[in-house]
Design a binder for this molecule. Sequence first.
Ligand code: PEP
Ligand code: MG
Length: 745
Amino acid sequence: MAERLETESRKLLGRLRDAMAGDDPGQARLDKITHLIATSIGCEVCSIYLFRDEETLELCATEGLNPESVHQTRMRLGEGLVGRVAQRRQVVNTADAPNARGFRFMPETGEEVFSSFLGVPVQRLGEALGVLVVQSKEAREFSADEVYALEVVAMVLAEMAELGAFVGEGAAMGARHSQPVMLRGTVAQEGVAEGHIWLHEPRVVVTNPIADDPHRELERLTEAVEELRVGVDKMLALAADKEQAQVLEAYRMFANSKGWMRRMQEDISNGLSAEAAVEKEQSLARARMGQATDSYLRERLSDLDDLSNRLLRILTGQGSDTGAEMPADPILVARNIGPAELLDYGRSLKGIILEAGSVGSHAAIVARALAIPLIVHADRATLEALNGDHVMVDGEQGIVHLRPDDTVVTAFRDKMAMQAAAVERYASIRDKPAETLCGSVVSLHMNAGLMADLPSLQGSGAEGVGLFRTELQFLVRNQMPKRSELSALYARVLDAAGGKPVIFRTLDIGSDKVLPYMKPNDEPNPALGWRAIRVGLDKPGVMRMQLQALIRAANGRPLTVMFPFVAQYEEYTQARAEVDKAMEREARLGHVLPEKVEVGAMLETPSLAFAPRKFFEEVGFLSIGGNDLKQFFFAADRENERVRRRYDTLNVSFLSFIERIVERCAQTDTALSFCGEDAGRPVEALCFAAIGLRRLSMRPASIGPVKSLLRRSNLDEVRKVIADARHRGDMNVRPAIMDYLRDQK
Ligand code: PEP
Ligand code: MG
């Protein structure tokens, strides 16, 4: 870039900094800035548009357009050339604005006389804040150097906005991060919580976007990049496996990228500080990330994002540990988080808000086990929230109230009080049976997967653990757990259960549960692919190790093992044979054998419901995995919100199918339970009980509500409601059941 331009750019930034240094209110600062830019670039017009709300841009300052239009002219995102710059986060540079695509004529600004238009987005780390525009009468395209210079200025504006420079009297913009904000997401673990924000990765604050001494800044950048490279090399040397190494190789490639370095050096030559230069490139990468359709490219951009964060922390000295103190009632906010990191926080968290994540992610499984309300897909959470902000998490509606106003606080606290009252009511029936008014007793068990779940066995009044998901121990580690570790853990689970029955489900991996240290299978349809028992039988090493660990953990106590995802009789007999072999092997090795071993299967595919009678006679017990069974019954991916919600468990077809399974088990006297999520929903649980299920396994927190409804209900009446609905030809029995329950109140 021409040296003259660099000097000009630095001069302009220097003047901008002087303009910011005074005590002027925000509006006066913006006015000065537009004046400075217009004169420095030699254009008749310079305007700054800032977002009023997520959808609307407002002209906040101008040099050259009609001053009356300031704070009057507004446009929606995508509207006009300015709206287009903001929406696409891309520069628009045209010599003939009135004839450019998307041009919108705004008579109040008097802008039709200006031919050329250059608009650049004002953005900070992927968050669009507004648009900076220069215009001139002369019909000309702006040169690449001019575009670049304006981008540098836009970057500085974004930093200043973040620091609150444009707030104040005649407010050009409201103070950022101070208004109430409502974010919508998807519920991954229900519950309500009130607390204060704790950012998993606190945002880096750049207080010095402009620098006088480019040589010093270049030195700082070079030193920081060197430190970054050494750090990445060290991590690479310690990489646990090939995959981690691959990711780090990509990091190394970026850390050594000449293009990245050159762009940042140019930014510095134009007057930015080293950290502002890193952030500028990071913002551009984030904007591209939002638009990239290619997943490989998105991942690489995300690597670059992570690397930029590391570099910023080196430059600013702001580590992930900023010295901030975790509030007493922390609500964690992160883009995403791994299960192991979440376990490190443990039960100290009151709630979790993630921008990414999914309902079936490992983090969600851990949050569920810890009974911490979790909202995923809460767009913009990390951009809006600041450490210590007051927040209310509504894990029923999937809503986050950030910095809520008084009315929201009151309404929310009422809701929490009502829930607390209900919890107390449930505590009073904790030790009573789930006996219905007609005298049927339903046995309620809990689902678990972590040691941390076990205390709930007492608290919830569960009669035992109806499903212990053993894969969590495999998912939260970086390497395959050892047999001795597993055996010690299973023994502690049995100790904590204190004689109550525990059903251990063998490793259920594949599909959505991919072990971090196992090569993922590139399968077109993982949910229908090589998973659970299929992996266990094809590669029996891990299953054998797990069975040994379980036998040793039982150490003479009764042991119950369940195999996941059994689709046909033969899979069960083969798995059962593995148990027998493991018992023989353990006996030979001199270990004490369990007093009794029960082996069952999960019924998660429709095929198993139609297995030969002999299977039902042979299997120790069956447990319906409703989450999977339902997705295969309706051919609707359980992770895909769009299709998942279409199909209701109380749809007559599905209910009849469950009833058919109940009948088949009754014919052969096979013990049957239901352990999918639906067992923990009171209305569903009531219908299951009405069609004959007598054992349900659910999250500990659901036991109270389910028991409470069962104890108030008469199954004969519920059966009649279901029968009438079917007779009428209803597609779904839910409306009839809800009417019936309303009448009962
Ligand atoms: C199920 O599929 O219903 C089940 C309990 O197993 P998971 O949710 O672990 O797949
Ligand atoms: Mg399942």
